[in-house]
Each structure stands twice: as C-alpha cells, then as structure tokens.
Design a protein around this ligand. Structure first.
Ligand code: NDP
Length: 363
C-alpha cells in the first residue's frame, strides 16, 4: 500500500496523464480517419439508425505494429505501462468520472428522458447513443478498453522479457491465448451492433467505468501473477490448456456467429443445412439446438485456459473467471426471463428442444 501511495507523485501522475490521454486521443482520431465499412445500427424508437465505422481491427493492428516496432527498435519499452501502473489507474478513474459528468450534462442539454435523480442518471446514463464529432462514444469505448487490456498484458510480458531475456511457457500461453481472443473480437466487431449493451443500454458510469477501468486493469491481473512465476509446467499442461482454449473459442465464436448470421439473413445455412427456427424467430440449428447459452460456456473455457498458467498459489488471478462462473448463469437466467416475456409460447417450445443452458445433460 505504501509503495502504491509513494508512486502517486505529481510527476508520475503527469506522465500517466500524458500516456493515457495520448492513447485515447490516438484511438479517437484513428476512429475518425482510419477507413472502415460504415454500418447502420438497429432502428431506435424514434426511427433513426446510428452509424458505426467498423475500423477497430485496423486500429488494433496499427497499435500492435507501432508498439511492436517501438519495442523491437528500442524507441521505448512497453514496460513503462507497468512502471506507471498505479498513476495510470488513478488517471483512468479521474477520466471515467469526468466523462460520466460530461455525459450527464450532455444528456440533460439534449433533453434525454431522465430518471430524475442525478446519481441514478449518472450511474445508468442519459443517452443510448451519445455522439461526439461523428463518433459513437459507447461503441468507441470498447477500443481503449480492449486495446488497453492488450497493452497492459504486453507490458507485463515486456517486464518479464527485460528481467529474464525470454518469456516463460506460462507467459507465452497467456499472451497467445489473449492476443488471439482480442484479435478475433475486432475481426467480428460488427457483431456488437446486435448486442444488448449497444442497442438498449444508456452510456453512464456503469459502462464508462467498466470500459475504461475495470476491463483493462482488472482483466489483466493474471499477467501480473505470471511475471514472477518461473515454475516449469508439466509436459501435458500446454497441450491440455491449448485444447481447452480451442474448444472454448470454437464454441464461443461459433454460437455468436451463428446467431449473428441468422439475424442478418434468416435463410443462412448452419453446418451445411438451412437454418431452422421455432416460429421463424428462435434458432434451433447448430449450437443453439444443443444449448441455450453455449456462448457463455465457450467464453468461460477461454478465461480458465489463460488463468490456469498462474498456478494455484493465489486466488486473486482466478477472481475474474470465478466471478464469471457465477455471473453467467445469473445473466442467462435474467436473459431467459426477458425472452420468456418477449416470445411467450415460442420460448417454451424452444426450451423443450434445447433443454440445457450451458452444459448439455448437466445444466
Ligand atoms: P446473447 O448473445 O446470448 O444474446 C441474448 C439474446 O439473443 C436474447 O435476449 C435474444 O434476444 C437472443 N436469442 C436468445 N436465444 C436465441 C435463439 N435461440 N435464436 C435467436 N435469438 C436468440 O447474450 P449476451 O448479449 O449476454 O452476450 C453476448 C456475448 O458477450 C456472449 O458471447 C458473452 O459470452 C459475452 N459477454 C462477455 C462478458 C465478459 O465480461 N467477458 C460479459 C457479458 C457478455 P432477441 O430479443 O434479439 O431475440
């Protein structure tokens, strides 16, 4: 605790503000100028459709290329992010709270429907699609969030490399699994348009803080634990973890992509056959006929695959997968209540076909 407080000097906070501000500004300008396909969101209650420029993958790869070159040619070391970790954490919090305030004032001025209490409206948000200089701020926030998570991960790798002259197998597994996961997210960034958060949630503190603080700083905790974990892995562990990750990835990406393709084109083919849907609305082909929430199961497998290399000495790196293990069944239950209310008898018929939620024959 003492060392954390000692690191929060004006000098360090100034450097952290420059790093954080430069990073967010780079991504914001990039979101405006880097080419990408423009897609329209689902119609809003007033009939308008938000426009999104899908250039996240280029921005992600551009960031990887710039930081990779900087590291390789020794322009600067990525380990700077870990050295200024706590000042960056403080700056990210200040940014998140300031942005929440700005969004609240912006929503009020725009005449957005309010709950009426400043705390509730700041927490939940006032506008669904706050936009600045043509950029949808909610969709944009996923970029500093997930690219930021990647940067913090790579920074921990840089720290280990500078200390050892190499990366441990544990660190390699973590980095490769996470890198592929993040790359894949940006490759399928367009799928975000049909998610609940983008369609319906207002952009308030809950999402702002989640994107700018929780995801980059909390999700990267396993990397912290891996920096000083030099214990060799048993021979079977790397292939077993790679298999767990791959199974999770195939299920996660497969389920999300099948639903996305079906929503975009109900006549699409799934596993070589025309998509079958109950009442023309609820997909029962592919993964969606095996389980109702296999996308959550797949994601969980990936989280465990990149956390297990930390070893079992501490529970801290496992806090996130453990939390998701409880959060996903609860979210699945909440979503099913929503679907039951929306689809009525069709939902009951769907549950009779796809009897299990996350683990066939068990749950
Ligand atoms: P889903 O992608 O499962 O979306 C649920 C919605 O899909 C339902 O409300 C319903 O909406 C529609 N739907 C459900 N069943 C069917 C069906 N059989 N056929 C057609 N449509 C159906 O859930 P989420 O939005 O919660 O999650 C999206 C992704 O984000 C998941 O992969 C999840 O793992 C991930 N996630 C990750 C988190 C993390 O912290 N890492 C946190 C939360 C989510 P409609 O009204 O459109 O029909």
């Amino acid at each position: 605790m003492r060392s954390i407080l000692d690191s929060l000097t004006i000098h360090n906070l100034g450097i952290a503000a420059a790093l954080f501000g430069g990073f967010v500004l780079f991504l914001f300008i990039g979101s405006r100028v880097v080419p990408g396909k423009t897609l329209e969101g689902v119609p809003m209650p007033d009939g308008t459709r938000q426009k999104y420029r899908m250039n996240g993958l280029y921005l992600y790869l551009l960031t990887v290329a710039i930081l990779g070159a900087a590291q390789y040619f020794k322009w600067f070391s990525l380990s700077i992010v870990v050295r200024y970790y706590w000042p960056l954490f403080v700056v990210a919090n200040v940014f998140a709270f300031t942005l929440t305030g700005i969004l609240y004032v912006k929503g009020r001025r725009a005449g957005a429907p309010l709950h009426g209490h400043v705390i509730v409206d700041s927490f939940m948000g006032t506008e669904v699609n706050p936009t600045w200089l043509g950029v949808d701020l909610k969709m944009f926030a996923y970029r500093p969030s997930l690219i930021g998570l990647g940067v913090i991960n790579w920074s921990f790798a840089a720290v280990q490399y500078e200390a050892l002259g190499a990366l441990t197998t544990r660190m390699w597994l973590y980095q490769v699994f996470y890198f592929l996961y993040l790359t894949n997210y940006f490759q399928f960034e367009y799928g975000m348009i049909y998610t609940w958060d983008i369609i319906a949630e207002k952009f308030g503190w809950m999402l702002v803080w989640g994107d700018y603080v929780l995801v980059p700083f909390f999700y990267s905790i396993p990397a912290w634990y891996l920096v000083a974990n030099f214990a060799p892995l048993p021979l079977w562990a790397a292939p077993a973890l790679a298999a767990l990750w791959l199974v999770g990835f195939v299920i996660f990406r497969g389920t999300n992509e099948q639903k996305h393709q079906y929503k975009a084109n109900p006549k699409t083919k799934i596993w070589g056959k025309p998509a079958e849907a109950i009442g023309g609305k609820l997909l029962v082909s592919g993964f969606w006929g095996i389980g109702r929430k296999l996308n959550y199961t797949g994601e969980l497998c990936m989280y465990y695959a990149w956390t297990i290399p930390c070893g079992l000495h501490s529970i801290v790196p496992f806090l996130l997968p453990l939390w998701l293990t409880f959060f996903f069944p609860h979210r699945a239950w909440r979503d099913e209540q929503r679907c039951k209310a929306k689809y009525g008898e069709l939902w009951t018929a769907y549950c009779a076909r796809a009897r299990f939620r996350m683990i066939p024959f068990i749950y």
